[in-house]
Design a protein around this ligand. Sequence first.
Ligand code: ANZ
Ligand code: ZN
Length: 860
Amino acid sequence: ESRYNPAAIEEKWQKTWIEQGIDKTEENKDKPKFYALSMFPYPSGSLHMGHVRNYVITDVIARLKRMQGYRVLHPMGWDAFGLPAENAAIKNNIPPAKWTQRNIAQMCDQLKRLGLSIDWDKELATCSPDYYKWTQWIFLQFLQAGLAYQKEAAVNWDPVDQTVLANEQVDSEGRSWRSGAKVEKKLLKQWFLKITDYAEELLQDLDQLTGWPERVKLMQANWIGKSTGAYLEFPIVDSSEKIGVFTTRPDTVYGVTYVVLAPEHPLTRQVTTPDRKAAVEAFIQEVAAESELERTAEDKPKRGIPTGGMAINPFTGVEIPIWIADYVLYEYGTGAVMGVPAHDTRDFQFAQGNNLPIQVVIVPPNTDAEALHVTSLQETYTEPGIMINSGSFNGMDSVQGKQAVVEYAEKQGWGKARIQYRLRDWLISRQRYWGAPIPVVHCPNCGIVPVPEADLPVRLPEDIEFTGRGGSPLAQLESWVNVPCPTCGTPAKRETDTMDTFIDSSWYFLRYPDATNDKQVFDSARVNDWMPVDQYVGGIEHAILHLLYSRFFTKVLRDSNLLNFDEPFQRLLTQGMVQGLTYMNPNKADKDKWVPTSIVNADDPRDPQTGEPLKLVYATMSKSKGNGVAPEDVIAKYGVDTARMFILFKAPPEKDLEWDEADVQGQFRFLNRVWQLVTEFAQQPNAKEPSKVKNPKSKIEKDLRRAIHTAIQAVTEDLEGEYQFNTAVSELMKLSNALADATCKDSPVYAEGIKTLILLLAPFAPHIADELWHAIARQESVHKQSWLKADPDALVADEMTLVIQINGKTRGTIQVPAQADRQMQEKLARESEPAQRYIEGKEIKKVIVVPGKLVNFALG
Ligand code: ANZ
Ligand code: ZN
């Protein structure tokens, strides 16, 4: 074999590895375990470069750990339920199961071309009854633990097709993707999981996750959104009812000048006086059409109207008006707010816009006595300070005041301390077909009855017509809906909602260790052994929901005694985007600004629509931009080893990666050089001899051996710490250069170097590594070899280089013995040729020695 032909060797090795089963999960308990996991893909139909980057990163880690003596679990599966399959069914009349299976088959072939050391025996697809049976079983555990319940919630309703729409099926103008009808909100009884029960633990345990990026932890913490404050009650005038509010600033309670209800609040209609009824109704309707984002936007004017009703501030006894306003959200806190315009920015804007009084109750510390009488102000004061106009609390520091007010309120029966989370319970009901059916039956006698475990899975029926109209496809199939109650036998109805696909992905990592178990969801001992995942790799787009839900599931299953750990993912790596070159029209906005390269004249790039000049920029690869590079094209041209090397070399894994053909070619040339080096070496008579070298004699050999062991150490450090694959590849290139330049090619040290290069290359470019490993007459796969350890003796340099400076200017370098001490270094420097030349005849005023680095002579 004289030339490097990736196509031939890659196919050969992929076949051989399968035959030899070298990617199979080892269950040898003597070895430490390592669970390497990529976020599993949605089977959209084809693999893109982002997938490739994700899986290659995980694969390098898995291969390294195997060589380092770990038993490694490195599985793959399919996040296979979800809307696109159902949309395809509606559009093209192809059953979702068939569409999904076809895509999985296609992507599986593509995946297998990447040379990933995946144990395919563990493969799972969330749409398979063998899997969703256990998804349903887990739902029943939640139900039993009181963590699943039904409640009314709003859905997107298409009034033309008479069907519920997912958020993704509603366009930015609020119209249905199919009928084009203006989408309405409709209240439906839906299933929720009580993730809020775990809010505090989900927040606290972020501290344990030392192997997670700080920004992901911050995003999770913000999503959970813990606020500490108080619940306070304001009696309604002429009523026995009270308005409860949540506030983070009980210290400002004397500054309350009005109370605001969310328009949806159940008390709204009750407090409204007859003369205000029409106006209030109209306002409620108006706000119902606004999104939460619109309602809470900082820069938007806050709109609201008075209800005519009055409440009493129990602290002052003063009557204050009750308003409704869009900036108060019904879902947060109590859905009601005490308005303190002097100290809250939103309240300030609202009060100014509506001529509501502003009462100052906190002033900055050290405010002089005069200023203490302020009652109005130009802007809000939101900082802590000294309480004024606050009865017996006057003069108190407002931070202490918070607690004092709460204690007082509690004594008086007006309220109590309260912790509030922004996190809401998880709405898991989907009025769709392609998901795991929620396994309960609604019986007129018994109410909600779980489907008995023996009857799981509740299978998806196949004789379904997908019209996109009417209720969920399941609800329309009478023969499926009507069942006898499992408890009493009375005619009853199946639940027709299916589960959010985020449920499927909240536990898949627990199934892999025991993927074929048909008796149990998994064997706990086995999962406790393999879990937690040692390294999880995936996209930042999953930083919040997927990871939070997975953490939630883990904690619930732990509390059902199925698991013995608190957190599922020890370390998390969120890889950056893969970007491609594309043209952009700087005068256009959003999606319209991208112009695919294919329709642009590269010599004179102009917008085909407007004639405006275009810019060539890097942007995340996407179909719509037309700037994607197909993995199969790169593989066909250079082989997958080159693609892997390029991806790893081009950028650190967390950073965005700019696809650059020239750099791809650079890696191809590098692999060619390695090929050349090794195949030439393989011709030598000493190639087949085991190379045991210690303490070579000659300087040339010593230097080469130092380069070899420096490479081992550097690559190992790069791979173990922060996964700096890019610098590791640079080290491999350095070693390859050192070997190419070596003048001792018949020395056993050189043989050691060749062997080392192949072994270090193995996790990165697994095919060429195995080919070359066999070329130097090794029988067993390179992937079964042990990772190398640097020989500390080899690392020690005999000599070191000192920079000679005169008055801070570099004038030359000298080699000195590595063991020379400070004094010796100064002496040798002084005697050196460059120093002598400049010092001659001049007085040395000062000598600065930076041991092992430089000696500077300051001359007079
Ligand atoms: C009076 C007050 C005075 C407030 C003051 C703040 C400053 P976070 O940190 O987000 O929890 N609030 C409470 N429920 C609300 C709702 N459903 N919709 C909109 N706003 C709501 O913020 C809590 C604060 O947000 C609460 O404290 C309340 O305003 C407001 F100088 O009460 B505060
Ligand atoms: Zn019954």
